[in-house]
Write a protein that binds this ligand. Structure first.
Ligand SMILES: [Fe+2]
Ligand SMILES: [Fe+2]
Length: 318
């Protein structure tokens, strides 16, 4: 639903969003923080891949494994994705940068403070520090937990706008689909990381608890001030870009040997339409980071707009 002319439209409307990012991508969609408790996940023994058709032959230590194998049935056929992902170029993904939108209003400051408190709480609880070396295992735990909660805001906001449209018998002007697409994209991030790590009972419990609190808190917050919630998500996505940028830098610096030659799982290759020769773990993180940067841009833009009357510019051609 997001038109090819998206970046230009966004740039016009969202002058206060990180400007370089607006130009960087044609359009993406997606947030972050971390976790590091030992019983969060169960690492499975490495299994050889059933097929290496889509993986590089340079992979000497395959670690992608099928924790939740699909049940094959005769009458079920695969259908295309509901929201096919736009194709990113290498140049667009490399252009993504860490950026911060200055908090200007009280609403912005409340949103930024909420993100800082949330981040501080999670980091303290899990012993995470930006300057502390992280292993692939710790990154996976963090990514898995965060992606499990990242898909909630778009769904809550989309649902509330959907209900608003029904209740007021008015058009929504393109916001709902964009929000639902964002939550779909975040869930795809989760499904990709689930190919690399199996959540343990404690992780599942944490996700359950987080979802119960998170979903309800967002529901009431969005009713009170949708602008603040979009700004809050925008700041969360800034953190996500930082997190994935650090992971890419760690691969480049050789600090994550497990990911050095690891190939992206098939689900990722299909979703992002990753070209042959660009299907490594590093490439995968570039795709995910680009998504997060677009979530950052989109939510800051939502936060800039009139919440009731303005058409979502990405859904229209001007
Ligand atoms: Fe995101
Ligand atoms: Fe994500």
């Amino acid at each position: 639903m997001i038109a090819a002319s998206a970046p230009r439209s966004i740039a016009v409307v969202a002058r206060r969003t990180p400007t370089k990012l607006s130009k960087a991508l044609n359009y993406p969609t997606c947030s972050a923080t971390c976790i590091g408790l030992r019983p969060f996940v169960v690492i499975q023994p490495i299994q050889p891949l059933a097929s290496r058709r889509d993986f590089s032959s340079t992979s000497s230590h395959p670690k992608i494994t099928e924790f939740f194998p699909a049940k094959e049935t005769e009458r079920v056929r695969r259908t295309p994705a509901a929201w096919p992902h736009p194709i990113y170029t290498e140049e667009q993904m490399r252009a993504v940068e860490v950026a911060h939108r200055e908090a200007k209003t009280w609403s912005d400051k409340v949103a930024l403070s909420a993100v800082k408190i949330l981040r501080w709480g999670l980091d303290t609880a899990t012993g995470y520090k930006h300057n502390k070396p992280m292993t692939a295992y710790h990154y996976l735990k963090r990514n898995l937990f965060l992606e499990s909660v990242a898909g909630v805001p778009g769904m809550v906001a989309g649902m509330l706008r959907h209900l608003h449209s029904l209740r007021r018998m008015k058009r929504d002007n393109g916001w709902i689909e964009s929000l639902l697409e964002e939550s779909y994209n975040e869930r795809m991030h989760l499904l990709v990381f689930l190919k690399m790590m199996k959540p343990g009972p404690f992780m599942r419990l944490m996700v359950l608890g987080a979802q119960g609190i998170w979903c309800n808190a967002l529901f009431f917050a969005y009713l009170l001030s949708p602008r603040t919630v979009h700004r809050f998500v925008g700041y969360l996505e800034e953190e996500a870009v930082i997190t994935y940028t650090r992971q890419i830098q760690d691969i480049d610096a050789g600090r994550l040997p497990e990911w050095q030659n690891l190939q992206a799982p098939q689900i990722a290759i299909d979703y992002w339409k990753m070209p042959e020769g660009h299907r490594t773990m590093r490439d995968l993180l570039l795709y995910i980071r680009a998504d997060e940067s677009k979530h950052r841009e989109v939510n800051h833009t939502f936060g800039n707009l009139d919440q009731k009357e303005v058409r979502w510019p990405v859904a229209y051609t001007y």
